[in-house]
Design a protein around this ligand. Structure first.
Ligand code: DHK
Length: 147
C-alpha cells in the first residue's frame, strides 16, 4: 500500500476564495483539494486544514508515522512557529513548503520562514496552481527515494 502524501494547510486558508482575492485569488480550498487529488493520481492523499497550531503538529506526527511526503502551507504560522519546525525536523521524507503568494515580494514580516530551515524545496507565488506542482514534486521525490 502506497503511503499517502499529506497536504497540510494553516490558518485562514479555509477562507480561500473570498480572502483578499487580489493576493490569494478566487480558488476555494475545496477546489485546491480537487487539484491536489488530481495531481496525486493513484497516490493516496490526506488533505487537511486547521486554524489551530496543535492540529497541524498532530498531523505532521501522523505523517511521520504513515506518510511518504508533506506539502505544507503553514500560512501565518510559517513565520512564528518553532513547534511546527521541530515537528517537521522529525519527518524523514520530502517536505515542500508552499505559499500561494511570493512571500519574498511582500512586507518584510513575511520574509523569514522557520519552515524553510527544514523544507526540501519551496514553492511561492504560483497561486493555487502551486499546490498540484508541489504534490507532483513530492510524488517524484518519494519515488526517487524508494528507487
Ligand atoms: C498564506 C497566508 O495565510 C499568509 O499568512 C502567508 C501564505 C502567505 C500564502 O501565500 O499562501 O503569509
Amino acid at each position: 500500500m502506497t503511503k499517502p502524501i499529506y497536504v497540510i494547510n494553516g490558518p485562514n486558508l479555509n477562507r480561500l476564495g473570498t480572502r483578499e482575492p487580489h493576493l490569494y485569488g478566487s480558488t476555494t480550498l475545496a477546489e485546491v483539494e480537487a487539484m491536489c487529488r488530481d495531481a496525486a493520481g493513484d497516490t493516496p492523499l490526506e488533505f487537511r486544514q486547521s486554524n489551530r497550531e496543535y492540529e497541524l503538529i498532530d498531523w505532521i506526527h501522523e505523517a511521520i508515522d504513515r506518510g511518504c511526503g508533506i506539502v505544507i502551507n503553514p500560512a501565518a504560522f510559517t513565520f512564528t512557529s518553532m513547534a511546527i519546525l521541530d515537528a517537521l525536523k522529525m519527518f524523514p521524507g520530502p517536505i515542500i513548503e508552499l505559499h500561494i503568494t511570493n512571500i519574498h515580494r511582500r512586507e518584510p514580516i513575511y520574509h523569514r520562514s522557520f519552515v524553510s530551515l527544514v523544507a526540501t524545496a519551496i514553492i511561492a507565488g504560483l497561486g493555487a496552481g502551486g499546490y498540484p506542482v508541489a504534490v507532483q514534486a513530492v510524488k517524484d521525490l518519494a519515488r526517487q527515494a524508494a528507487a
